[in-house]
Design a protein around this ligand. Structure first.
Ligand code: HEC
Length: 140
């Protein structure tokens, strides 16, 4: 007679479900507990907050993604600070649209120096969020 009875299969089912339920709870606490450190919220200066408002008011996310969220018309900007640096970003935004044939165009937003610096501070802060090295590709 088989030793694997109906009882033992039921116990295996409940035991296994319970075990992995606790693993899930443990990992959830682990992730949630670490979030406040990963987003380095202590570095949200008034300038960073101002930059985020400019980001929202001009609907940058209507074309771009930031950390994967947004539209897929234009490049991901979560890592643009690391990829391009502040001077490139400022020059880029000021010189739009490029008018280059065959390339997607970005509008001219007529941002002031102060607004440009704020947007750059926001992109720098975003780029420094610990996102577990996502995206794996620097151009992502
Ligand atoms: C109507 C769509 C659209 C909107 C809105 C838009 N962009 Fe863009 N943006 C683009 C496109 C398209 C490109 C890439 C163009 C190219 O490569 O020739 C781009 C490129 C960029 C780049 C350079 C990215 C890189 O990898 O070199 C930066 C920085 C940038 N945008 C910032 C912004 C910011 C900040 C805003 C909001 C103030 C914004 N964009 C709003 C379309 C848009």
């Amino acid at each position: 007679m088989s030793r694997f009875t109906q009882n033992s299969s039921r116990n295996l089912f409940y035991g296994g479900s319970l075990f992995f339920f606790f693993v899930l709870i443990g990992l959830t606490f682990d992730t949630m507990g670490g979030l406040s450190k990963r987003d380095h919220r202590e570095n949200i200066t008034p300038q960073v907050a101002h930059g985020k408002r400019i980001w929202e008011a001009n609907n940058c996310v209507g074309c771009h993604t930031i950390m994967g969220e947004g539209a897929y018309f234009a490049p991901e900007l979560g890592n643009v600070y690391a990829r391009r640096g502040p001077d490139f970003i400022k020059g880029w935004i000021q010189s739009q649209p490029t008018g280059v044939k065959g390339r997607r165009q970005m509008p001219q937003f007529h941002l002031t120096e102060e607004e440009l610096d704020a947007i750059i501070a926001f992109l720098k802060w975003t780029g420094e969020i610990n996102n577990a090295k996502w995206p794996p590709n620097v151009e992502g």
